[in-house]
Design a protein around this ligand. Structure first.
Ligand SMILES: [Ca+2]
Ligand SMILES: [Ca+2]
Length: 278
């Protein structure tokens, strides 16, 4: 597949929706915002038969090997802080220390490239789910319009000795860009007490996979309706950087399909993670 186009829906404002062909994966728990499922792919995150005896902060059971398992439930509240950048459906991963979603200065994976250029998180989630240290890889149900927020509830079950080391990573495309995305990488969430919350702002990144021409041909968001994913790597440098921002028509760029409304400054997204009672 050479190109994937976003489906942009006007719903009271700009609401970016994308690619319902993906499915959640590697879930050891359940999600209330998207259909969940599925068996896990490694021994480290295999779920035990779930007995819900909740005598402490987290309900516990034990795996067939005898290792104590701990269940934990979380709510994500993801807020779009921009004025004119619809976010693609959030992709999020809960993982241990052996996984990295992206790294500034390094080339983006194809999964990251697809999110950054088209908003489609399917490959990114599938790649994450295949990693042994990933406990959960999933996506939100829809895009998030500027100024709007989305809540996602999910649960997971991990060996007790892995709970404290859990980390959280997140990505959404900034829809009215060539290859810009909002990202959080490896935020520690394992020490959150039940009822406690953690808030983290996301910066904007350039995937380094498409030249920032801001043209109607190449920006897929509703401001431009151009091409989504293209396998070519046409940027100046094939590596992830902090995003330099966009040039609009009002900035003097004749080829730009963007308006000053689509400009932004960091941060672009706020994510609040709350640990719920089991
Ligand atoms: Ca770029
Ligand atoms: Ca590309």
């Amino acid at each position: 597949m050479n190109a994937i186009r976003l489906v942009f829906i006007l719903l009271g404002g700009l609401l970016l929706s994308a690619c319902n062909d993906s499915k959640p994966s590697n879930s050891t728990g359940s999600s209330s915002s998207s259909s969940s499922t599925s068996s896990s792919s490694s021994s480290s995150n295999s779920s035990s038969s779930s007995s819900s005896s909740s005598s402490s902060a987290a309900s516990s059971s034990s795996s067939s090997s005898g290792m104590a398992m701990v269940s934990a439930r979380y709510t994500l509240k993801i807020t779009n802080l921009t004025a004119g950048q619809p976010l693609s459906p959030p992709a999020y991963v809960v993982h241990g220390g052996g996984y990295s979603a992206f790294m500034v200065g390094m080339a983006a994976s194809v999964g990251i490239e697809k999110i950054a250029e088209s908003g489609n998180p399917a490959d990114f989630i599938a790649d994450a789910a295949a990693q042994p240290s990933v406990v959960r890889a999933d996506r939100g149900p829809a895009g998030i319009a500027p100024g709007q927020e989305q809540e996602i509830n999910f649960s997971l079950e991990v060996p007790a000795n892995q709970l404290e080391g859990l980390k959280f990573s997140y990505l959404s495309m900034l829809g009215n860009t060539n290859d810009g995305f909002a990202g959080i990488e490896a935020l520690g969430i394992g020490q959150l007490a039940v009822g406690a919350s953690l808030s983290q702002d996301a910066l904007s990144y350039d995937a380094g996979t498409e030249l920032n021409d801001e043209s109607a041909a190449h920006v897929p968001g509703p401001a431009c309706s151009g091409e989504g994913f293209n396998a070519a790597r046409s940027d100046n440098a094939n590596r992830v950087t902090l995003h330099p921002g966009i040039l609009s028509q009002q900035d003097g760029s004749a080829q730009s399909c963007l308006h000053t409304l689509q400009r932004w400054d960091n941060p672009v997204v706020r994510v609040m993670i709350t640990r719920l009672a089991p």
